[in-house]
Each structure stands twice: as structure tokens, then as C-alpha cells.
Ligand binder design. Structure first.
Ligand code: I3P
Length: 108
């Protein structure tokens, strides 16, 4: 699954709050058990190995996604929790797109 989402990094690990907590529009590619972020689709097409801000891809093994029901500042937001304890909030354009992401990420 891939597409544009708006992302906020909440937790670096279960005990450490992320330092950069701003919302960023990113192009998200989840495949092969990993999730990578890019500036946009063009950047991904041009060089898939070159991630946004040189971030390492996330390991989706043991990761969980759920609607971020307790996050009320924005709509269509879901939470990605990694096995490492790291956590991201991801905002989709609408409810249908959010469901599509949840299904896609759970189907891995
Ligand atoms: C963050 C930015 C986020 C905000 C976050 C701020 O500041 O305003 O939108 O999260 O609040 O730290 P900056 O852009 O300077 O990094 P919310 O939108 O969820 O409020 P937080 O630290 O309380 O998570």
C-alpha cells in the first residue's frame, strides 16, 4: 500500500517522546514488511532507496494499527504502533481512505 498521508511522530520508543512532533505531509510506501517515507511520489519514483530526511524504513513486524479515537484535534487519524514501542499518528484525506490504509496494513 502507498499514498500520501500527514504524519506526526509521537513516540521514539515506549518511554521516549519524539522530539520533532510537527505534522508533515509525506508519501508513504508500505511493502515487504517495511514502511518508508518520501517527500512525494516523484521522490519515491526517482530513488526508492533515498528516504525522506534520510530516515531508516520502519520495521512493520509485530506492528499494530488502529483508529486514533483518543486524538480529537484532527479527523481521519490512525495510529501506527511498532514492536519497538515507537508510535506515529497518520492522517488520511477521509474516512474511506483511512479504512483502506487500515485494511491494507493489517493484510500484510
Ligand atoms: C508541534 C506542532 C504539532 C503539535 C505538537 C507541537 O510543534 O505544533 O502540531 O501537535 O504538540 O509540539 P512544532 O511544530 O514546533 O514541532 P498537535 O497538532 O497534536 O497538537 P505536542 O508536543 O503536544 O504533541
Amino acid at each position: 500500500v502507498e499514498g500520501t498521508l500527514v504524519r506526526k511522530h509521537e513516540w521514539e520508543s515506549a518511554a521516549k517522546r519524539a522530539s520533532n512532533r510537527s505534522w508533515d505531509k509525506v508519501y508513504v510506501v508500505a511493502k515487504g514488511g517495511r514502511m518508508s517515507f518520501y517527500k512525494d511520489q516523484k521522490a519515491y519514483s526517482a530513488s526508492p532507496e533515498q528516504c525522506w530526511r534520510a530516515e531508516a524504513p520502519l520495521d512493520l513486524t509485530g506492528a499494530a494499527v488502529e483508529v486514533a479515537a483518543n486524538y480529537t484535534k484532527k479527523r481521519h487519524v490512525f495510529r501506527l504502533r511498532l514492536a519497538s514501542g515507537a508510535e506515529f499518528l497518520l492522517q488520511a484525506h477521509d474516512e474511506a481512505e483511512m479504512s483502506w490504509w487500515l485494511e491494507g496494513l493489517r493484510a500484510r
